[in-house]
Each structure stands twice: as C-alpha cells, then as structure tokens.
Design a protein around this ligand. Structure first.
Ligand code: NAD
Length: 370
C-alpha cells in the first residue's frame, strides 16, 4: 500500500518525546504487520522549538501541520521556559495550532478499562463498562467573547467582564460532529447548556434541536442543564453516550468525566476542524496530560494516553477503525495482565518503565495479529 496517509508527529517537551517513542514503535509495527503505511514527519513544538528555532511553533511547522492528514502532539511546557513572557511561552505553540487549524470540536472519551475499575473514586458498578464521549466547543464562547477585560470605575471599584457569545453556525457545526459520532457509537446525544438562565443557552438548545430535526432525527437527543449534567456524571454516568456542550461547560464536564476513569496517563483527546475541499478534516490528537517535568527523563511515564490518541487518529482521520480497535484491545489485555506504569499501579505493586510498557503492548499486538 502506498504511503499516502500523512501524519505530523510533534513530541514536544518533558515526557512528550518518551511517550511518543513508544507510539512510533506501534506505527512501525503497523507498517510491518498490518500493511498500513504512514508518511510520518516529525517537527518541534513548545520549549524544544523555542530552544532550536526561536519560537514555540515555527511557520514552517505550522505549514506542515496545515498540510498533514493528522497531527499527533506529545506535550509542551516545563520550568525551563516558565519565566518567558506569556506570548513566547511553549503553550503558545499549541494554541497557534488550535487557532490556525480552526479546531472547534474537542473530543474527550471517558472509557473505564475493566482492570482499572478500582482506580476510580466511584463505586465499581457505577464506572464498570463506562464509555462516554464529551464533545466540547473549543473556539467560541466566554473564553473568546468580546467585550472582555478589567476596568476601574469612577468610584474606584474594579469590574471584570467576559462575554458568553455563540452564533448559530458555531453551534450547528459542533452539534453536527456530535450527531455524526453518535451514529457510530450508541446513537444518543445529550446537549448541555444553561437555557434556564442564559440567552446563549436558549439559542444553543434551539439550534441543536433544529439541526436534529432537519438532519439527525434517527439519533436520540436529550437536553440537560449543565449543572444537572455535572451531577448526573457522578451519579450514573452510564446513562450518557455523547455529550455536546459549549467551551466553558465542556472544560469542566470533560475534566469531571475524565476523572471517573482514573489516571491522567490514560486519557486521549482529539480536536477536529472543518472538512476542506479535498474532503479532509483538520485534526490534532494529543494526550490530556502535560509534560510532567517531575518525572521527565526517568522512564516512568505512561505512554497509553498518547497511544490511545493515535488510535483516535486511526478512527477519525484515517478511517481505520479495525486498527484502532486492535490497539485499544491490546491496551485492555496488557492492563488485564497486571502490567502497570507507576501512575496506575496500586501502592506497593510492581511497576514497569515507559519502554517496558511499550514492549508489552507490541507483544500483545503481535499476539492479536497472529
Ligand atoms: P501534567 O499533566 O504534566 O502532570 C500532572 C501530574 O500527572 C504529574 O505528577 C505528572 O507526573 C503526572 N502525569 C502526567 N502525565 C503522566 C503520564 N503520562 N504518566 C505518568 N504520570 C503522568 O500537569 P502539570 O504538572 O500541571 O504541568 C506540567 C507542564 O505541562 C506545565 O508546563 C504545563 O503548562 C504543561 N501542560 C501542557 C499541556 C499540553 O501540552 N497539552 C497540558 C497540561 C499542562
């Protein structure tokens, strides 16, 4: 098969290169064993790019990201660059990617691996078998709305302002992503806002309902106030399949849902943009965790979040669901056999290194593909 699937890998800082190394091994494995070939390019982002290229994301790297079928990022940041001015920090590299690729839909799955049921703070029966997906609007809402700022009033009091603002196309495009994804999963969407107290919430609810009626009436749609949604996520999360919500509520609900399942080292994410004229959807895949400077270089990092992010790329950018299933099932098997990096091990249990976890995953993939 020709190498026609282009993937730009940006390992970044801290544990980024370590965890990405294990993903590169899986990519090589796929090349050898599955005849699935990728045209993989690698570039610098974050602190590594500041040191070598003078900016957290060089223009040339940005161009490569715009032209790749998918971008896979490790993590950015670290104490070395903490004192830089805000506009030059490593995180600006990531923000530039999100902004210029116009990634408006952030996908955060919360899947509970059976072997890690006890790692959750919730009861096993509440989280066992959990598989939900939060779709968060990422480029609009109160984090970007104008007017914004802090002003001093004539009487000396200070006033801080942010504006929650959404237009109907912004709501419809992210809702469409949620409906499309639901069709490939449990066929249910719960749309979450605060239509009881916010006009932008009323518009959100109306536009989602309208789009549903026009194009997605085969998908089951419910609406839920965001505060209730937060409560229901800890009460009985298995009632949900796909949740679609705005930037602010999504920020909180996706972190809450993530923690239902245990460790940061296990959590993947995807950010999707529009489909262009060639039929390709801009997409960035990355683990939810950061660069973990406290363990960087020690071989302790869990590579699974980044590997599961790559599996999301296979599913959503490359239409290789079977290969994504294979990776996810290898993760399940390896965890089931008790192999653990330190972040997901019970106190006192034996742990393995980043590399040994990668080796165990390759062994399991070998077995599954045999
Ligand atoms: P972090 O996610 O890097 O680390 C939080 C804790 O989780 C640490 O104790 C770390 O050791 C542990 N951890 C994280 N990922 C792990 C993994 N794969 N395996 C094992 N343990 C893991 O968050 P932080 O400490 O708040 O931030 C550190 C740096 O990362 C900062 O510079 C921050 O700005 C940056 N950051 C970057 C991103 C990103 O690149 N998307 C996200 C969050 C934070």
């Amino acid at each position: 098969m020709p190498a026609n699937r282009s993937l730009l890998v940006l390992p970044g800082d801290g544990i980024g290169p370590e965890v990405m190394g294990e993903v590169r091994r899986v990519i090589d494995w796929m090349d050898r064993r599955r005849a699935v070939t990728f045209d993989v390019g690698e570039g610098l982002v974050g602190g590594a790019a500041i040191d070598a290229e003078g900016a957290p994301l060089a223009d040339a790297t940005m161009d490569r990201a715009m032209n790749a079928d998918a971008v896979l990022l490790g993590a950015v940041g670290g104490p070395k660059w903490d004192s830089l001015p805000f506009a030059q920090k490593p995180e600006r590299g990531l923000l530039r990617l999100r902004k210029e690729m116009q990634l408006y839909a952030n996908l955060r799955p919360a899947i509970c691996f059976e072997a890690l049921v006890d790692a959750s703070t919730l009861k096993p029966e509440v989280v066992s078998g959990l598989d939900i997906l939060i779709v968060r609007e990422l480029t609009g809402g109160v984090y970007f709305g104008e007017p914004r700022g802090i002003e001093t009033l004539p009487d000396g009091t200070r006033r801080g302002v942010n504006t929650q603002v959404y237009t109907s196309p912004e709501i419809r495009r992210v809702a469409a992503v949620a409906f499309e994804l639901a069709r490939k999963r449990g066929n249910k969407v719960c749309s979450s806002e605060k239509a009881n107290v916010m006009e932008s919430g009323v518009l959100w609810r109306e536009e989602v309902a309208k789009l549903h009626e026009e194009s997605y009436s085969d998908v089951e749609l419910t609406h839920m106030y965001a505060d209730n949604c937060a409560m229901q996520l800890v009460r009985w999360p298995k009632q949900f399949d796909v949740i679609v919500t705005d930037n602010l509520f999504g920020d909180m609900l996706s972190d809450e849902a993530a923690m239902l399942t245990g460790s940061l080292g296990m959590l993947p994410s995807a950010s999707l943009g529009d489909i262009d004229e060639t039929g390709r959807r801009k997409a960035l895949y990355e683990p939810v965790h950061g660069s973990a400077p406290d363990i960087a270089g020690e071989g302790k990092a869990n590579p699974i979040a980044t590997l599961l992010s790559f599996a999301m790329a296979l599913r959503y950018s490359f239409d290789l669901a079977e290969d994504a299933d294979l990776i996810e099932s290898a993760v399940t098997k390896v965890l089931g056999s008790g192999i653990r990096t330190a972040d997901i091990a019970a106190p006192g249990a034996t742990t393995v290194s980043t590399e040994a976890m990668g080796e165990a995953l390759i062994r399991e993939l070998d077995e599954q593909a045999a």
